[in-house]
Ligand binder design. Structure first.
Ligand SMILES: [Zn+2]
Length: 108
């Protein structure tokens, strides 16, 4: 993963794509393979946006972002309506896209 070069399409498609099962958008939440494609990766772990993934497989594409706050904590963001609405009151809320992604990452 560390070899992913932002802007190099071949490197991104071969190394930067992660596929995992996430409850789908239908009523039964049937697990579906969702693609998480790295579209941005900060060169250093500084304050602000560390990484951004493009999420494919749902009703529409979403963006999941990992943010490093000034206090040294990390915060997850997703552009789906679930994350936007519930995240307003609960900054730590994680939608299914974020949960699916973090379940695949070795550590946070
Ligand atoms: Zn989401």
């Amino acid at each position: 993963m560390s070899a992913v070069v932002v802007g190099d399409e071949s490197a991104v498609s071969s190394q930067g794509v992660l596929v995992t099962l996430v409850p789908g958008p239908d009523r039964r939440s049937t697990p579906k393979p969702y693609q998480f494609r790295i579209v941005y990766r900060s060169s250093s772990r500084e304050i602000g946006c560390v990484m951004t993934w493009l999420v494919l497989g749902g009703r529409q594409p979403y963006l999941v972002t990992l943010e490093c706050t000034s206090t040294g904590h990390t915060r997850w963001h997703c552009t789906c309506t679930d994350a936007v609405y519930r995240g307003e009151d609960r900054p730590d809320y994680r939608c299914k896209h974020i949960r699916g992604l973090t379940a695949c990452l070795p550590a946070e």
